[in-house]
Design a protein around this ligand. Structure first.
Ligand code: MF3
Ligand code: CO
Length: 249
């Protein structure tokens, strides 16, 4: 069942989303060689507490951290750790903010110092894929239009789209209906309606789209060791078009 949100509920989620976006801006200025993802996680914990919010991922299905920190070939759900980031790494920081019961979810991939040309192109294409998907998120379109926009663009750029993780509705809990595939065919799937709030979070790999799971049962990484990037926004469907609740100013 898809729970449609009122204008008021969307406004509360947007407040959570704005706090999350501001937190990402702080993270962007922290990321440099030598910083650890555990330090970033501790910063996020403190930043959210200072602003009266909670990290919704902590405790979710036994997950232990405020953030997911996925480095290089890690696709998603990497654990924050004390190994320092190195120049040339890419790192995806993903988090869900709970502000007064309203949730917002956004992931961003950061280059650590100067990165390779291939890596910086991966970041550009992945962010652009998200933007193209958001453009399709209008009343009357279907969720297949979102997936198709991502897949057709990414594959034309010679990169691949991860299949094993999807976007999702979000509301009182992190994951609700509908499921948002990052691949698919135009004009297929459920119709997009006013009041839907969901994430779009394409994960894009340089090599194969296939993933494998680490022994920790959380972290997914590329099967061929190639780099993987991800950009995620929470968006609300309104009469005036898609509203990006986690938009960074
Ligand atoms: N933020 C993630 C998403 O985009 C959810 C992470 S699951 C958790 O769907 F367990 F790590 F919290
Ligand atoms: Co997320």
């Amino acid at each position: 069942m898809i729970i449609l949100k009122s204008t008021r509920e969307i406004e509360l989620m947007r407040k959570a989303g704005q706090l999350l976006a501001n937190c990402h801006k702080e993270i962007a200025s922290m990321i440099k060689p030598g910083v650890t993802t555990l330090e970033i996680d501790a910063f996020v914990d403190a930043y959210l507490a200072k602003h009266g919010a909670k990290p919704e991922q902590k405790g979710y299905k036994g997950y232990q951290y405020a953030t997911c920190a996925s480095i290089n070939d890690e696709i998603c759900h990497g654990f924050p750790r004390k190994q320092p980031l190195k120049k040339g790494d890419i790192v995806t920081i993903d988090m869900v903010v709970n502000l007064n019961g309203a949730l917002a979810d956004s992931a961003w991939t950061y280059p650590v110092g100067e990165v390779s040309k291939e890596a910086s192109r991966l970041l550009e294409v992945t962010e652009e894929a998200l933007n193209k998907a958001i453009e399709q998120s209008v009343i009357g379109n279907r969720v297949g239009d979102i997936g198709h926009a991502i897949q057709s663009y990414v594959e034309a750029e010679g990169l691949s789209v991860v299949r094993d993780f999807t976007g999702h509705g979000i509301g009182e809990t992190i994951h609700e209906a509908p499921t948002i595939l990052h691949y698919g065919e135009p004009n297929k799937g459920i119709r997009i309606k006013e009041g839907m709030v969901f994430t779009i979070e394409p994960m894009v790999n340089i090599g194969s789209w296939k993933s494998k799971m680490d022994d920790n049962r959380w972290t997914a990484r590329t099967i061929d060791g190639s780099l993987s990037a991800q950009y995620e926004h929470t968006i609300a469907i309104t009469k005036d078009g898609p509203m990006i609740l986690t938009k960074q100013a």
